[in-house]
Design a protein around this ligand. Structure first.
Ligand code: FA5
Length: 319
């Protein structure tokens, strides 16, 4: 019997023999039922026989199962080069965020006009964001910027103008730069966001005038909006860091004027604050909202759309 168990070639056969032996009507079951009629020696012999058979069944089962597993593994061998059975996701191209695209376009235009790129920290101190820009302490002009304050008396920059200060401090003058970046104010509606983006322009030299400012802004806007030329309107305004200060509007789609940026001639106090002699050097600065420029260029009214990540909207707008 032990020999027979050992020679079995399939698990099914082994199970059949096991139930014919130890099952309800199995041969060994019958003999075990009769055990009470046996003497001690015969009983011990029977027990030994049962133990040997159980061991043999167990060993045979393990061996057959191992063999079955090896066969299965060999059949399932993974061919890494064969991708036919794998899920193939549809091919779609990721794209840069619309604002990142706009910022790259803006950068390319300013660089081609001879402006150098400068950036600064998002967390600013009071001096660079306000003081050096001629915002007197406790002056109501500071209320124009709803400011996020952070620990240690610092703040999240409310505009990109502090980069003017940092750049003139480190590079001196003459200087011709543009400074794009994130800016922060405690505001939230369809056209105002707590985090938004501005691009600052600064050109200081010995003979820079307001007409250079208007000319550069015209060139920039025409290229950005892909128009042959743009009509601008200039209105008087107030910024502590420019004198005179202006708002520049653009004639939009032939009928209405839209405010596009603040600008002006850099205030002599600002130049003095960075160690520049205002009798020798002067120039202009301007600051535009990039989110606003993007909204105009791509034609949508709710700027919050840019941050919702709605793929259908992004595709419909052609970003
Ligand atoms: C300034 O921030 C000045 N630093 C600009 C400047 C620079 C003037 C250099 C003169 C010389 P203002 O607060 O107007 O100015 O903001 C400029 C532009 O940022 C606005 O025209 C608007 O397009 C955009 N902007 C302001 N606040 C928000 C906001 N919460 N969300 C989105 N865009 C905003």
């Amino acid at each position: 019997m032990l020999e027979q168990i050992k020679n079995i070639k399939s698990l099914d056969e082994l199970m059949a023999l096991h139930s014919a032996t130890f099952g309800k009507t199995g041969t060994m079951t019958a003999r075990l039922k009769d055990m009470k009629n046996l003497d001690n020696d015969a009983r011990a012999a029977l027990n030994a026989e049962v133990a040997a058979m159980r061991d043999a069944f167990k060993a045979a089962q393990e061996e057959l199962e191992n063999t079955a597993m090896l066969v299965a593994l060999a059949e399932q061998k993974l061919d890494a080069a064969d991708t036919s059975h794998q899920y193939q996701p549809p091919v779609t191209n990721g794209k840069l965020h619309p604002l990142t695209q706009t910022m790259s376009e803006i950068a390319a235009i300013f660089e081609s006009m001879g402006y150098g790129l400068r950036t600064g920290p998002d967390i600013e101190d009071d001096w660079h964001n306000f003081g050096a820009l001629n915002f007197p302490e406790h002056h109501p002009a500071r209320d124009m910027h709803d400011t996020f304050f952070v620990d240690g008396g610092n703040l999240l920059r409310t505009h990109t103008s502090p980069v003017q200060i940092r750049s003139m401090e480190s590079d001196g003058v003459p200087i011709k730069i543009f400074c794009p970046g994130a800016t922060y104010r405690t505001e939230m509606d369809a056209t105002h966001f707590p985090m938004f983006h501005q691009v600052e322009g600064l050109h200081i030299d010995k003979n820079v005038t307001m007409s250079d400012l208007i000319s550069d802004v015209k060139i920039f806007l025409a290229r950005f909006f892909e128009m042959d030329s743009v009509d601008l309107r200039v209105r008087p305004s107030y910024f502590p860091f420019t004198e005179p200060s202006i708002e520049i509007d653009i004639k939009w789609r032939g009928d209405k004027w839209l405010e596009i940026m603040g600008a002006g001639m850099v205030h002599p106090n600002v130049l003095k604050n960075v160690g520049v002699n205002p009798d020798e050097f002067q120039g202009f600065a301007f600051g535009a909202g990039i989110d606003r420029l993007t909204m105009l260029k791509y034609g949508y009214n709710d700027g919050r759309k840019l941050f919702e990540g709605d793929i259908r909207w992004i595709k419909a707008k052609g970003f």
